[in-house]
Design a protein around this ligand. Structure first.
Ligand code: SER
Length: 328
């Protein structure tokens, strides 16, 4: 089935729709393709009132293949955005859970997609890199020997998605996301979460204690670019894609000091100090300082809109308003 025919078929399923990315991507997809054309799903966290009110919601635990299959059949799904996953910090604390969710759950999605001929988006991450990877200007195709459970599941996921495409012709696509910064739903248990939390604390207390050390540079991206990239890769002309899964994408690179300095331009009294978490610090040090995302730019036109200055201004404005209304 061509992607054109598939697209005419109807609906999109989002797993992990109550998570940091899912909660905003679902709304953007509904805006673009119609509220009833996008089925949100979650495993255990209840959806927010906003998400629930915006369109259909189903409970789906991706470790139960039948439940995925039932939803795909019931709603005549043509594309699955599979966002249900465990992040890096939690994955180190609960490696078995991370394997079950990130590998077995994802494999179930691929199996159902193969049977029902759905396109599948699976996000990978900067976590798919590790010791041995060149950390500056990290190439699209390079050494990937991560030493975290999160990284192991992300590399395996990239390979499994490639395999399903080559072996079974499944339309799998994906991106290696950097840390995603947003102000709607907080991320849970990731290493890059400090770069979200710092904005909340800047608004609430004008100070932040960082669990990631000064001088630790990581790739980052603001949520609007994250959403645009997820939609753009799935709408891209497949003939242009040499890499299908796991495109490096990034919008900026900074360390806690640079981020704090940017916040200080708006809140001059803001201060940062450090109480480094050795587990997440080690994870961060094994990840790229800055990825080369030229393959994404060349193959499907990746072009991020938000830099550190614009993102900081917007984050502080949005969170400042939420604080005034007593929402945070
Ligand atoms: N934001 C993720 C994490 O920190 C990286 O993909 O786990």
């Amino acid at each position: 089935m061509s992607s054109e025919t598939r697209r005419m078929r109807t609906n999109i399923l989002v797993t992990g729709a109550v998570g940091q990315i899912g909660s905003e991507l679902t709304l953007a997809l509904r805006e673009r393709y119609g509220a009833d054309a996008v089925i949100a799903s979650g495993r255990k966290t209840p959806p927010s009132e906003k998400l629930k009110a915006s369109g259909p919601f189903e409970w789906i635990d991706c470790n139960d293949r039948q439940v995925i299959d039932d939803a795909v059949t019931k709603y005549d799904i043509h594309t699955i955005y599979h966002l249900g996953a465990i992040l890096s910090g939690v994955a180190e604390a609960k490696p078995e859970l991370a394997w079950n969710v990130n590998i077995d759950g994802m494999h179930n999605v691929l199996k159902v997609a193969r049977e029902r001929d759905c396109a599948v988006f699976v996000p990978s991450s900067i976590g798919a890199f590790g010791p041995g990877t060149p950390l500056d200007n990290t190439p699209q195709d390079t050494i990937q020997r991560p030493n975290t459970m999160y990284g192991v599941t992300k590399v395996a996921g990239e390979l499994l998605c490639d395999y399903y495409h080559k072996r079974f012709g499944l339309d799998t696509r994906g991106l290696r996301y950097p840390g995603i910064i947003s102000n709607e739903t907080v991320p849970g248990g990731g290493t890059t979460d400090y770069a979200v939390d710092i904005y909340y604390q800047a608004i609430k207390q004008k100070k932040y204690t960082s669990f990631i050390n000064a001088g630790t540079f990581l790739d980052m991206m603001y949520m609007p670019d994250c959403i645009d990239s997820a939609i753009a890769i799935m709408e891209a002309d497949p003939a242009m894609l040499k890499h299908r899964n796991a495109f490096n994408v990034t919008a900026m690179s900074f360390d806690p000091e640079l981020l704090a300095a940017e916040i200080r331009k708006h809140i001059p009294e803001f201060t940062i100090d450090y109480d480094v978490d050795p587990v997440r610090q080690a994870i961060a040090e094994s990840w790229p300082n800055k990825m080369d995302d030229s393959a994404a730019r060349a193959e499907w036109g990746w072009d991020p809109k938000w830099d550190l200055a614009a993102m900081t201004e917007d984050m502080l404005k949005v969170l400042g308003e939420k604080h005034e209304r007593g929402l945070i």
